[in-house]
Design a protein around this ligand. Sequence first.
Ligand code: TRP
Ligand code: ZN
Length: 469
Amino acid sequence: MTQVRRSRLAPFASVALGMVGALMILGPAADLAASPGGTPGAVGVGDPYFPELGNGGYAVDHYRVDLTWAADEGHLEGVTTIRSVTTQNLSRFDLDLAGMEVRKVTVDGRPATFDRVGRELVITPDQVIGQGRRFTTEVTYHGRPTPISMGTDLFALGWQTRGREAFVVSEPGGAATFFPVNDHPSDKATYTLRVTAPSDQTVAANGRLAGREELGDDATAWTYEVRDPMASYLVQIAIGDYELVDGGTVDGVVVRHAFHRKWATEGRVATEGTAVMIRALAEVFGPYPFEAYGVLVVDDELGFALETQTLTVLGRELVVQGRGADITLLHELAHQWFGNSVSVASWNDIWLNEGFATYAEWIYQERSGGPTAAALAQEAAAAGNNIPPGDPGPDELFVPSVYLRGGRTLQALRETVGDGAFFEILRTWASERAGAHGSTPEFIALAEAISGQRLGDLFQAWLYNPISP
Ligand code: TRP
Ligand code: ZN
């Protein structure tokens, strides 16, 4: 993979220029509807860290991912149907797909030719699709999904097979291991996830269970609907010996968990604090942004948790110490506001996810009678803080500095603007950008607008200078 060190200010400049260039060739007076000319969509969205993630030329509205899991073989059959809208006259476009064998591609019901180039599935429809047009792509594929590595420090990402059990851990670029996707958080979409599995297994996924159908032949199809826009790295599909646990509702939010049967008792104890945490964070950040929340405990020592939307995935080792996972769970819950509802549009802004979720841990402790956020920020100063959290580089997306110096950035902001303005900034960020995106310059602009102060120097020092203040 080519990894590009970026210029901080203009991550999308090259893509934007490419689009302007294409329009200039057509000329402002060109009749787009009548023009048979189109150009291929870009190979990536122009992410400064991962240039090949995502694709240009269209934006996805909805994915229907229909998978059949052969548990004993670790094999998937897939049909993914993608509703999109073009952003240019499109002669050809890519989806991201890593591994798997593609049997067939159709666009608007007609066969399309396709090619595989690395993790790009290159699709040529039988005619140019005009700018602004809706179109539907259907990809039929199969294979044994294989996790991919994206950088030296990252876990092998995507579909995880553990014997008959399977689940997903994708951040940042693993979704393409099990479905063809515009695999970048700048293009969020709604999802229908339909999974057929052996009837002795249980399927858990993002969103709400909308139906379960016995198909005979010992197979059951489970359908989950995700009605809120979701970034592809947050898709969760888990198939295994799970107990689905109804946790009631908390101020209208449906709480449901999926615990591997071996860890169901531990899972219950570990998640006892869920309602209290949802209420506590809603009080600080505003209403919980989705219709459901819960925790998936898999039968594997993952060594981490990941905030998959509405259904955080947790390694079994985290639940064995009872409530010992509280702060991790609080962190993943905070990501539902910061990261999942308000998403990064490019990966260099990762501190907007991890710094915010870390600061949520500190606020939570402060508000439940523990040490103050100021004291916790002070403590965090001891850990490796000399990677700039505002531009850590693709190999260091999830290093401690992104979390800790990212959190300390918010503490510094709070001390500068005062509690009133600070919490108004966080709440406004969460509400104005719910279901959408936010960038670091946009956050700085909001902080300046609400506080009435100039904050450029503060953010420069905390986010971008190599040495921590
Ligand atoms: N977002 C996760 C967290 O801090 C960390 C994370 C990033 C991760 N990428 C991952 C975990 C890949 C597992 C695998 O909550
Ligand atoms: Zn996190």
